[in-house]
Design a protein around this ligand. Structure first.
Ligand code: RM4
Ligand code: MN
Length: 388
């Protein structure tokens, strides 16, 4: 086993960003189930996100989704976040919820629609300038439903044009993070369907363009850790959108469906030095809690990432390298499995106590009374949900 103390040092520096939209109402295309106490505006979402940080200590920022989190005064939102002990993080653009985007946004055959989409992306960069966010995350729902519907290559040209216009607009250490997704809502072709497409576009754009791996955006059976290892080797892995899937883009709690896969992914990250304090990888959650309470759902997810990270850090890399060099297949596999099968919960509890936190974040949150308070206080108004 690799050093417990060394692992704790890395875990202490770990940072996981929360999605503002996880705190709003969500559902499937069949039904959105409202929950009591759900935030009515971005300020209340920020307040809820701060609770997750309060009890876990490793989630000090919240990602925004524009226009869902559009506010008149971003400085005020930033101040509210700071007062609550967190910061505003990645800005996610939304060019998938307007009637004009029926046939696509930046790849739409109509130049006027493309212009509108590009203007929104520019507006997101303006928000970043106001919030001090480093990353602009782009996910496009663009694609086609039927063979022949549009020209696949022309759509790539339009995409490249838009991406380069946005990239030019960035300044300082701002980055463009391009996310891919196999399918949905388009069912025949998707314009950024996989890591290879995202990688090729980012390579052309330049150093500050990186790929986002959303763990729910692959075909069943895809080896995600291979993608992660490859992108890390090319220094093109910009961010994770963590969640779990059983079938399609389920957006369930990360580590719930397949903790072993999460471990394998984080082992590749650790191996590449991606967990270092100065890591250029943004570790984000991208989830929806449709039937479970949202704040505890986020706390559980953060803990799942911590547990998988701890196990990844406990891999005895020297023993692994020796077994690999000797061609000892079973020995090498055994080294990895030993780490995965370690119960790291006591180690994490210890780490929390050392940091002045309750060793059991779920229980501490439940005892805090926050859940009851928001149910009592958040009366009236319109709850945030898909589309707000
Ligand atoms: C997409 C993608 C994006 C997320 C939206 C809500 O499927 O995962 O990252 O912002 O959903
Ligand atoms: Mn995502």
């Amino acid at each position: 086993m690799a050093g417990r103390e060394a692992a704790k040092n890395v875990l202490r520096a770990q940072r996981i960003e929360l999605p503002s939209w996880a705190f709003g109402n969500s559902g499937t295309r069949f039904k959105v189930f409202a929950q009591q106490g759900v935030p009515r505006d971005p300020f209340e979402k920020v307040a809820d996100a701060a609770q997750v940080h309060r009890f876990t200590g490793v989630a000090p920022s919240v990602a925004l989704h524009i226009p869902w989190d559009q506010v008149a005064d971003y400085a005020a939102l930033g101040r509210a976040a700071a007062d609550a002990g967190i910061a505003l993080g990645t800005v996610n653009a939304n060019v998938f919820q307007d009637d004009d985007y029926k046939l696509g946004s930046v790849t739409n055959p109509d130049p006027a629609v493309r212009r509108k989409a590009l203007d929104h992306l520019f507006a997101c960069v303006d928000v970043m300038d106001l919030t001090g966010s480093r990353d602009l995350k782009l996910w496009f729902s663009d694609g086609t439903n039927y063979p022949g519907q549009d020209d696949i290559r022309a759509r790539q040209d339009r995409l490249a044009e838009a991406l380069s216009a946005v990239y030019e607009r960035l300044s300082g250490d701002q980055r463009l993070i391009l996310e891919y997704k196999l399918f949905e809502p388009a069912f025949y072709t998707t314009d950024v369907p996989d890591w290879g497409t995202a990688y090729a576009h980012c390579l052309r754009l330049g150093e500050r363009a990186r790929v986002c791996v959303d763990t729910g955006h692959h075909a069943p059976g895809t080896n995600i850790e291979f993608i992660v290892a490859f992108l890390l080797r090319e220094q093109k892995l910009g961010a994770f959108d963590f969640n779990s899937r059983f079938y399609a883009d389920d957006d369930l709690m990360v580590g719930a469906a397949d903790p072993f896969q999460l471990f394998r992914i984080l082992f590749e990250v650790a191996r590449a030095g991606g967990l270092a304090a100065d890591s250029q990888i943004a570790f984000m959650l991208d989830q929806c809690h449709n039937i479970e309470p949202k704040i505890p759902g986020q706390i559980r997810s953060v803990m799942n990432v911590q547990e998988a990270t701890a196990k990844a850090l406990l891999v005895d890399t020297e023993a692994l390298a020796a077994a690999q060099a000797a061609g000892d297949v079973l020995g090498a596999n055994g080294v990895l499995m030993d780490a995965f099968n370690t119960d790291v919960r006591p180690l994490l509890a210890e780490l929390r106590e050392e940091g002045g936190l309750d060793p059991d974040p779920m229980a501490a949150y439940a005892r805090s009374g926050y859940a009851e308070r928001i149910v009592a206080e958040r009366v009236g108004g319109t709850q945030a949900g898909w589309g707000a």
